[in-house]
Design a binder for this molecule. Structure first.
Ligand code: NDP
Length: 446
């Protein structure tokens, strides 16, 4: 590690003890940015990187709620308002038992660069709770969401901070959260994105992250005169991002052979076609079942407690969670002929795994670029809410597609090395940084 990076990281670690995922996310960005900042002293003198790594505001609150047995439960709620230099804070809410301050700070930090890359006017934030919606009744989820919003509402607003979904927060949860916000504030505004289509949501928002990560893969492949058609694709996860990545890959002529959840993965050598994907969607979104139930209906292998990276594929799309591909998985993927990794999830590859991909010079699209289609379409939802005019499915999809192509162009501009290899990590970090940094310089010491 370069000496400036290690000095910078020593300060970050001392100030944010025990927040390992946060250290990981900041270090990855610092490694790209510090050499760039050395060449551009205006950012160094203004200590832009040091300022970006300190959240503008961190809110932590108690969330008490009553379960179906009448017993009191207490969870912890968070909202990290990371950076508002280029627009209102924007980023999802995650409900998962692993949620803690370090994980949300890593997500909020990444969000700042990602949102900037989209070219839309959105700052960065993230929030959530250690609440686990799995196994809870709809009424329990509703009571939790109402209690969570009873505190959160005072910190957010259509021009201040606009949360969305993430792991464990889908259409059902956004509905309960929005209902409570409206009741408390007595106003109908675009304070959350991912809303239902009848009450202010945007067409294509549910599909956007998975579609966007697939469009990004297609763009990366096109730099080598290639495409998704005819390729075998391993997908992890079976939630929102995974489902729509699988749908778009299939539409573009690829064959998806794996999907997973936190218990294991299924491997269908024939491919998870649109009929089979409908079954997965019903299983996950309505019945809230486990992925292994796929094998009760279709011929497939089920691998308990395993991740899908040992399966031979041309393209890997990690769409579940952080650090789900380690160095050994990355080596296996490369050895088996994988030529492209497009990350639907946030930071799914460990730093050692990323090194394997970059050393092998395969096409590697980091989450902050590849999965930016979700928040970009949230930005389009905000625009439609402000105009009070909904756009058609085709219009939103077209805009999403163009945004992903532009993000790809930005990565190529800032990430192409002397040998012609496109380092999308550098491209996304530097490309995302410049706009935020210039706005911070213009706005004085904020
Ligand atoms: P969902 O809750 O809809 O789905 C998450 C999927 O990942 C589920 O299949 C879940 O399995 C699996 N999963 C979650 N945690 C773990 C874990 N610790 N180990 C193994 N599998 C796990 O979430 P999303 O699809 O919305 O999000 C997936 C990823 O994409 C996250 O990294 C998120 O931050 C990122 N992302 C999401 C965006 C969005 O628009 N939704 C936008 C940009 C990024 P199980 O059901 O067993 O929990």
């Amino acid at each position: 590690m370069n000496q400036r990076v290690s000095q910078f990281m020593a300060t970050i670690k001392a100030k944010n003890p025990g927040e390992n995922e946060y250290h990981q996310a900041v270090q990855e960005v610092a490694e790209s940015l510090i050499p760039f900042i050395e060449e551009n002293p205006k950012y160094k003198q203004a200590k832009i990187l040091e300022r970006i790594a300190e959240p503008e505001r961190t809110i932590i609150f108690r969330v008490p709620w009553l379960d179906d047995k009448g017993e009191i439960q207490i969870n912890r709620g968070f909202r990290i308002e990371m950076n508002s230099a280029i627009g209102p804070y924007k980023g999802g809410l995650r409900f998962h038992p692993t949620v803690n301050l370090g994980i949300l700070k890593f997500l909020a930090f990444e969000q700042v660069f990602k949102n900037s890359l989209t070219t839309l006017p959105m700052g960065g934030g993230k929030g959530g709770s250690d609440f686990d919606p799995k196994g809870k009744s709809d009424n329990e989820v509703m009571r939790f969401c109402q209690s969570f919003m009873t505190e959160l509402y005072r910190h957010i607003g259509a021009d201040t901070d606009v949360p969305a979904g993430d792991i464990g927060v889908g259409g059902r949860e956004i509905g309960y959260l929005f209902g409570q916000y409206k009741r408390l504030k007595n106003e109908f505004t675009g304070v959350l994105t991912g809303k239902g289509i009848e009450w202010g949501g945007s067409l294509i928002r549910p599909e956007a992250t998975g579609y966007g990560a697939t469009y990004f893969a297609e763009e990366m492949l096109s730099t080598r005169g290639d495409g998704i058609k005819g390729k075998t694709v391993c997908i992890s996860g079976s939630g929102n991002v995974a489902q729509y990545a699988a749908e778009k890959v299939t539409q573009l002529g690829g064959k998806v052979v794996t999907m997973s959840d936190s218990d294991g993965f299924i491997y269908d050598t024939e491919g998870i076609d649109s009929g089979k994907l409908n079954f997965v969607m019903e299983l996950k979104n309505v019945k809230r079942g486990r992925i292994k139930e796929y094998t009760t209906k279709y011929k497939a292998e089920y691998h308990e407690g395993k991740r899908p990276w040992g399966i031979k594929c041309d393209i890997a799309m990690p769409n579940a969670t952080q650090n789900e591909i380690d160095a050994a998985d990355a080596k296996t993927l490369v050895k088996n002929g994988c030529i492209c990794v497009s990350e639907g999830a946030n930071m799914p590859s460990t730093p050692e795994a990323v090194e394997v991909f970059l050393n092998a010079k395969i096409l590697y699209g980091p989450g902050k670029a590849a999965n930016a289609g979700g928040v970009a379409t949230s930005g389009l939802e905000m625009t439609q809410n402000s105009m009070r005019l909904p756009w058609s499915r085709e219009e939103v999809d077209e805009r999403l597609h163009i945004i992903m192509q532009n993000i790809h162009k930005t990565c190529v501009r800032y990430g192409t090395g002397k040998d012609g290899y496109i380092n999308y990590v550098n491209g996304a970090n530097i490309g995302g940084f410049v706009k935020v940094a210039n706005a911070m310089l213009a706005q004085g010491l904020v």
